[in-house]
Design a protein. Structure first.
Length: 380
């Protein structure tokens, strides 16, 4: 089963939810017997055209601008992907505009929707229109649409009257808490800082989080980890308004990222728009108590107050400030219990192995392969 994956920057050590999903799922598909090629945008693939964990990386250049980067790369990748593979898997609505192309070579196509990207504040009217066109193109041309949340599944059912396949994102359960030396390098103490990890873009609502942290007169610093590709002005505005107890550490990977996640006193996600946030699942997997905004995917992840999160409004810094003060004054033993509940929620409901199995099942169905077919790859 030759699979081409298109629509992302690069799958390993690259910032972004789609990038993380592919980086976690593609090696599992390869381990199950699939021949997997991921088409990368050359600038972001620091590994080069190599094979990593059974996944072949194929570089293609693009126009590196906010509006053209994804669509130009997808246009270059799809003809080759469709000619040389049994199935093309397109990620995200922007690239899905071109989901008709594989049909020219009679290549089955799956589109995975990670969020209603046209709702994101960073896009102007033209880009939003194009993203909505991507949604309609996926509905018209894809052999199957997968979505990451019940909210998205319901959206496609209400808007187009079609059934999609819901495959939520996952997280791995780490075995250790990271090296203390890593925290010392940043001047942080274990369990005594609030953490945001993700892209620094307007829809993440970091301005509210920074205001709330200041209003709370918090004892713990607020640590913001992530990059700001195509959002330089927004990043500059946030830094200009942030008080001295807010730390911007830029993107962090590997040991540094693991240590920050594993030792944060809380994980904070105040977003206005989300698909099914991988960073939140990772924080839960490390046993962090969470403060999250009131969005449908967050309520899907935390259907009960016992699952380790406090759900807060997206537009009220005072409520967030009160929650920050309350969390800091909560005994460590109670915070630990909250974090353990969050970890159990991931362990019971959101694993990358389950995501990979569900994805492979869709591949088999689209290609007409019976799960009993002895030539079909078996799930890990």
């Amino acid at each position: 089963m030759r699979i081409a994956i298109v629509g992302l920057r690069a799958p390993f050590d690259t910032e972004g939810g789609v990038e993380h999903v592919v980086g976690a799922v593609a090696p599992r598909l390869a381990a199950a017997g699939c021949d997997v090629t991921v088409y990368c945008r050359t600038r972001y693939n620091r590994h080069g055209e190599v094979e990593i964990n059974g996944v072949r990386l194929r570089n293609l250049e693009t126009i590196y601008s906010k509006h053209l980067e994804a669509i130009v790369h997808t246009a270059r990748a799809l003809p080759e992907a469709a000619r040389e593979h049994d199935l093309v898997h397109i990620h995200a609505l922007g690239p899905a505009i071109l989901s008709f192309l594989p049909r020219i070579w009679n290549c089955p196509t799956i589109v995975s929707v990670h969020g209603l990207d046209w709702k994101r504040a960073k896009w102007g009217w033209f880009a939003r229109t194009m993203l909505q066109l991507g949604e309609r193109s996926a509905n018209r041309f894809a052999d199957r649409i997968t979505v990451v949340s019940d909210e998205l599944r319901q959206h496609f059912q209400d808007e187009y009257g079609i059934e999609t396949t819901a495959i939520p994102n996952g997280a791995d359960l780490p075995d250790d808490t990271g090296r203390v030396e890593t925290l010392e390098r940043f001047g942080l103490k274990a369990g005594q800082f609030h953490l945001y990890l993700g892209r620094i873009v307007p829809e993440k609502n970091l301005s509210l989080l920074i205001k709330a942290h200041a209003k709370a007169e918090a004892d713990w610093p607020l640590v913001i980890v992530g990059g700001h590709t195509h959002a330089d002005q927004h990043y500059a505005d946030l830094k200009a308004t942030a008080h001295e107890s807010v730390m911007f550490l830029g993107p962090r990977y590997g040991e540094e990222k693991s240590a920050l996640l594993a030792n944060a006193g809380s994980f904070c996600l105040a977003s206005n728009v989300e698909g099914f946030p991988v960073a939140l699942l990772e924080a839960m997997a490390t046993g962090r108590p969470c403060l999250v905004s009131d969005l449908p995917p967050h309520r899907e992840i935390f259907p009960s107050p016992d699952h380790g999160a406090v759900i807060l409004p997206t537009d009220d810094p005072a409520v967030w400030a009160a929650a920050i003060r309350t969390l800091e004054s909560t005994p460590e033993s109670e915070r630990t219990i909250s974090g353990q509940n969050a970890r159990k929620r991931v362990e019971n409901a959101y694993s990358w192995d389950a995501t990979a199995r569900a994805t492979l099942k869709v591949y088999r169905e689209v290609l007409g392969l019976s799960s009993l077919d002895p030539t079909a790859p078996q799930t890990p």
